[in-house]
Design a protein around this ligand. Structure first.
Ligand SMILES: *Cc1c(COP(=O)(O)O)cnc(C)c1O
Length: 367
């Protein structure tokens, strides 16, 4: 990557990702854990993240075959699961060649697997819809689907899986109902089980099963941020894996009554020192961020004021008497939790991370 003069960059702390993976393992000590690195490892750089975890991850989970092949081609070994399986029967040849496991969530995929002529066995994860109601076989179909795959000579390992809709809501009975529907469908079948996303790794130990699938927690964000629930859980001891940082490019003093930026959304109530930082919505900073969204200048917390522009944002530097162009600005990271920025922007950290713009260089650092 050529270094640009623009001060904006996303520093990725690979040691933090390893720490968070170990945390997932220690919370579910009897389960293996697939590190979820779909969507370019939630914007953190899938190849670098997979390499950082290569010595200890039990495997990786990806959204599609292209993502898995990218990792295989960069030398990553070990189990890899396609969370949505294949999108056409031709992809099964790629799955076979790359030694991937795939989700089977519908009749079409089931037929493609059963009618394939692979030269090695295909590992299949049978997805059950226990309440998310997006994809998956209904619990009543499990016995038949499982039996057909079990009877197929070119099917290898089988795992039963499901995905939770509300595992971050600790005071809601929905997750318990999903777990119960899953176990009822399996009816004691001797088959591997996989249910838990990050929230369930923390909050639903009865759902740890044989394989967990931690995603957001690897990147240092509490899965309970923004759950809109009264009950919360301390996801402390996760380490933020991304520091999105830029710098001040201008500092100016405005009078009471003057407004800042497009639409004059922020009007100064008193004489206000305003800083301008080099980042905007084209870089992935959320345009919906409201006045008051936390931001740090030189390690000290302050707030966004005024609308986010394409390439710039404005922030409150009142009381920052020493602030100068060039001073470092943290958009999120160790001082400003990404979850807090997400909340102030009516979204979730997942979307912030995966929305990082192409012109933001990722700098991978390892301790
Ligand atoms: C993305 C994904 C996960 C990871 O979820 P987090 O909330 O990020 O932990 C787990 N399982 C499936 C099926 C997924 O698609």
């Amino acid at each position: 990557m050529t270094r640009s003069a623009r001060p904006l960059r996303a520093r990725i702390h690979l040691d933090a990702i390893r720490h968070n993976y170990r945390r997932a393992k220690s919370l579910a000590p009897r389960s293996r854990a697939l590190a979820v690195v779909k969507a370019n490892a939630y914007g953190h750089g899938a190849i670098a993240v997979a390499r950082a975890l290569a010595d200890e991850a039990d495997g990786f989970a990806l959204a599609c075959v292209e993502e898995a092949l990218e990792l295989r081609e960069s030398g990553i070994q070990g189990p890899m699961l396609l969370l949505e399986g294949v999108f056409s029967p031709d992809e099964i040849a790629l799955v076979e060649r790359a030694g991937l496991a795939m989700v089977v969530h519908c009749r079409e995929q089931l037929d493609w697997v059963l009618n394939a002529h692979p030269s090695r066995r295909l590992d299949c994860w049978i997805k059950l819809d226990t309440g998310m109601h997006r994809v998956g076989f209904s619990p009543s179909e499990f016995a038949e689907v499982n039996a057909r795959l079990a009877a197929c000579p070119h099917v290898g390992e089988r795992v039963a899986m499901t995905h939770f809709a509300r595992a971050d809501e600790l005071d809601h009975p929905y997750t318990s109902a999903q777990i119960e529907a899953f176990e009822q469908a399996l009816n004691g079948a001797r088959i591997g089980r996989s249910l838990a996303n990050s929230a369930a790794v923390f909050a639903w130990p009865q759902a740890h099963g044989d394989w967990t699938r931690p995603g957001i927690m690897l990147y240092g964000v509490s899965p309970f941020a923004g759950a809109g629930s009264n009950a919360s859980m301390d996801a402390g001891d996760l380490r933020p894996a991304m520091t999105l940082e830029s710098a001040l490019i201008a500092v100016r003093d405005l009078d009471a009554g003057e407004s800042v930026g497009y639409g004059g959304r922020f009007v100064c109530e008193r004489p206000t020192r305003v800083g301008v930082a080099a980042i905007g919505y084209a870089d992935g900073y959320p345009r919906h961020a409201c006045d008051g969204t936390p931001i740090a200048v030189g390690g000290r917390l302050t707030r966004l004021i005024g609308r986010v522009s394409m390439d710039m944002i404005t922030l409150d530097l009142t009381g920052f008497d020493e602030a100068r162009p060039g001073d470092p600005v943290e958009l999120w990271g160790r001082t400003v939790p990404a979850g807090a920025v997400a909340e102030a922007s009516d979204t979730i950290a997942y979307q912030l991370f995966t929305g990082i713009g192409r012109r933001v260089p990722l700098l991978h650092e390892d301790a």
